[in-house]
Design a protein around this ligand. Structure first.
Ligand code: FPP
Length: 250
């Protein structure tokens, strides 16, 4: 996309207002992208990094507050061992290579998911990147790693039950606000817009509680081919929608 055209679209989007504060993305189709080229699945994941890079930059330039990427689900452990290992290595490599760029763009990195099951080398790179970007005041980039929405709710219920047992608060204190604060996403606004690539129409156990009123935008584009112009399309579609949250609009 030409620089001039890019700037014009961005200005149009910003001028329209009503930007999504939080965009969540299910990055799907890496395997299919690779298969169509006669390559190994991991080549699709590798190519997906360029899509991540362009999307993060564009989201930052638009002034989006939070971008959450579903990088590894709790179900993804069921993939072939070598694919899982390659993904973990790719994650480490990418964090090591890109942290400076994130810092330069004022991005703050954060994660959601049960990190304790990640290999030590990935966890180490992750902690370092989080620490080094902790003073970022622009886009919050959230990586969902070993994340599952049901598992997240289980963790929240356990914490609440334990707090009640310890008499930190009573059962009557349990409400939607408390539950939200006990999720991994505590402190973040709920996603306004969910983008899913490669044409699948599923939530796949992603942010189940948080996406109660999220607008969904699905594209047939496979994740490695996803670029800022697709992000712009999704946002412009979002801006044209009427969100009623169950109410009636006069
Ligand atoms: C889904 O495609 C993709 C994944 C499970 C992994 C996504 C990970 C990346 C793009 C790299 C992560 C890196 C960072 C820094 C966020 P698929 O393999 O399920 O594709 P298929 O449905 O065509 O098989």
């Amino acid at each position: 996309m030409k620089k001039q055209e890019d700037r014009e679209i961005r200005e149009r989007i910003i001028e329209k207002g009503n930007l999504p504060r939080h965009i969540a993305i299910i990055m799907d189709g890496n395997g299919r992208w690779a298969r169509r080229r006669g390559k190994e699945r991991i080549a699709g994941h590798q190519a997906g990094i360029e899509a991540v890079r362009d999307t993060v930059r564009a989201a930052g330039e638009l002034g989006i507050e939070v971008l959450t990427l579903y990088a590894f689900s709790s179900e993804n452990w069921n993939r072939p061992k070598n694919e899982v290992f390659a993904l973990m290595r790719l994650l480490r490599e990418t964090l090591e290579k890109e942290t400076e760029e994130l810092k330069k763009n004022n991005v703050r990195l954060r994660t959601i998911g049960r990190l304790d099951r990640l290999p030590a080398f990935t966890l180490h790179a992750l902690k370092k990147a989080i620490e080094r970007t902790s003073d970022g005041t622009g886009l919050t980039l959230v990586l969902a790693l070993n994340y599952g929405g049901r598992g997240e709710l289980v963790d929240a219920v356990r914490q609440i039950v334990s707090d009640v047992e310890k008499r930190r608060y009573g059962v009557e204190a349990v409400d939607e606000g408390l539950i939200s604060r006990c999720l991994y996403t505590s402190g973040l606004p709920d996603p306004d817009l969910l983008i899913r690539t490669s044409g699948e129409m599923r939530l796949s156990n992603f942010l189940l509680w948080q996406m109660a009123y999220t607008e969904i935008w699905v594209t047939d584009v496979l994740w490695p081919d996803f670029r800022r112009e697709h992000l712009y399309q999704a946002i412009e579609s979002y801006q044209s929608r009427e969100r009623r949250f169950g109410r009636v609009m006069e």
